[in-house]
Design a protein around this ligand. Structure first.
Ligand SMILES: Cc1cc2nc3c(=O)[nH]c(=O)nc-3n(C[C@H](O)[C@H](O)[C@H](O)COP(=O)(O)OP(=O)(O)OC[C@H]3O[C@@H](n4cnc5c(N)ncnc54)[C@H](O)[C@@H]3O)c2cc1C
Length: 401
């Protein structure tokens, strides 16, 4: 059987472009298929990228990064009360706000300059294993490769077409985001994490400061959205109001986010298939950081290297080496580190009980009405009101540490 390429990458987002670049550098004939008119046209992201993986992939000097994030702010809300923590490091260049509609085309151009072939407006709608490889059915006709690198995002079409897995709504969150041109723009890059702002929905909010705009949005458990019967569009409107952000809404988007955690990850490989990025469920939300973009780039890079090893072995069905290599990389190591935080992120305590508790304790700390209680006694009393003990809270704290 003749093949159109050694490796076909399905999806021209961060994972797919990274895989394409590395696979091409490894000397494999590589084709990237992207359903959008251009890379980035279908991508949604709240937009804060940790750039360590990107720096290993390409020179980032001319990358269209928005602003370095130099201020990290946590806001906990309960009713009209608010608790804020902030950390400022003017020299931090570890993460940047990004707008994917600008960023992905830049990375795609880098890939093309290196000779990676990207076929746009090419939608894969089915896949079958045959003749020792995979045939992908696309709107432009069938394409065959010995090995497919799947980078088609959270709905993982290729894995499903090949019967490797099914989609489980229990492991999905909905991300909603607006890009707003505010009347007043902060002067420096900032990431705000908002806890307790979503009217009882299980999830958290965020605000990132870009060059000329703000990205404001939330990630919410799909089941919680169904239970509370809230329209996704209303979440960002409400957030904007609560944060007092006034300005022109330039863009609104909603997208699913994989939320599997290390212990529930879907298959990362199958015969003739390596799965990367969101398609592989690689996302970390440990309460301090949301990371999908650097894991997409990292897993894509490892897949490109693994593709070389698989094809050198002469048997494209033997793809386990990819998982072994991924385990050695920061991607799986960090997924593993965040495994316990994942349990906490799934609990109602984090989004409802703790913000309330924090506000009540802070409120009593700053109130003087005659006899004053010791802080520890206040904490114990308030915990009792929620049927919680100090050791339970400490156990939760340890999960995110
Ligand atoms: C609201 C929101 C906020 C987020 N905030 C952050 C954040 O602050 N920091 C962070 O690191 N991560 C964040 N993430 C997660 C991050 O966006 C993803 O983890 C990352 O984009 C995954 O990259 P990917 O390449 O795997 O998938 P995607 O970016 O989804 O790319 C998949 C690509 O495949 C293409 N494609 C899909 N199906 C097909 C098909 N059948 N045929 C051909 N092409 C196809 C798509 O058009 C797309 O270009 C956020 C996500 C959302 C939704």
């Amino acid at each position: 059987m003749s093949f159109d390429a050694d490796v076909i990458v399905v999806g021209g987002g961060l994972a797919g472009l990274s895989a394409g670049i590395v696979s091409n550098r490894e000397g494999l004939s590589t084709l990237v298929l992207e359903r959008g008119e251009y890379s980035g046209s279908k991508n949604v992201s709240g937009g804060r990228m940790y750039v360590h993986a990107l720096k290993k992939l390409v020179d980032i000097q001319d990358a269209p990064l928005e602003r370095p994030i130099v201020r990290e702010t946590y806001l906990f809300r309960c009713g009209s009360k608010e608790v804020t923590f902030s950390f400022y490091d003017p020299d931090s260049r570890n993460s940047y706000s990004v707008l994917r509609a600008k960023f992905d085309p830049w990375l795609a151009k880098k890939a093309e300059e290196e000779g990676v072939l990207i076929s746009y407006e090419t939608l894969v709608y089915d896949a079958v294993r045959e003749g020792g490889g995979v045939t992908l059915r696309t709107n432009r006709g069938d394409l065959r490769a010995k090995l497919v690198i799947e980078a088609d995002g959270v709905t993982a079409g290729v894995s499903r077409y090949l019967g490797v897995r099914r989609l489980d709504p229990d492991f999905l969150m909905l991300g909603v985001k607006e890009v707003v041109r505010p009347e007043v723009l902060p002067e420096e890059g900032e990431a705000k994490v908002l806890v307790g702002f979503l009217n009882g929905l299980l999830g958290g909010g965020f605000v990132y400061v870009n060059k000329d705009t703000l990205s404001i949005g939330a990630t919410v458990k799909v089941s919680s959205l169904q239970k509370e019967k809230v329209l996704a569009r209303e979440i960002t409107e409400d957030l904007r109001e609560k944060m007092g952000i006034k300005g022109e809404v330039l863009e609104y988007s909603a997208h699913l986010i994989p939320y599997y955690g290390f212990d529930n990850l879907p298959p990362l490989y199958a015969p003739n298939l390596l799965v990367t990025g969101d398609a592989a469920g690689l996302l970390i939300n440990d309460g301090f950081v949301i990371r999908g973009m650097d894991l997409a780039i990292g897993s894509g890079m490892v897949a490109g290297q693994a593709a070389k090893k698989v094809l050198e072995s002469g048997d494209a069905t033997k793809t386990q080496v990819y998982e072994e290599m991924l385990k050695e990389s920061f991607v799986m190591k960090d997924m593993m580190t965040a495994r316990r935080a994942f349990q906490l992120m799934n609990s109602e305590r984090l989004f409802k009980t703790y913000p309330d508790l924090l506000c009540r304790v802070m409120s009593r700390m700053f109130t003087v009405e005659g006899e004053r209680r010791r802080l520890m006694d206040v904490v114990r009393e308030e915990l009792a009101g929620y049927n919680l003990t100090l050791s339970q809270v400490l156990r939760d704290l340890i999960k995110v540490m």
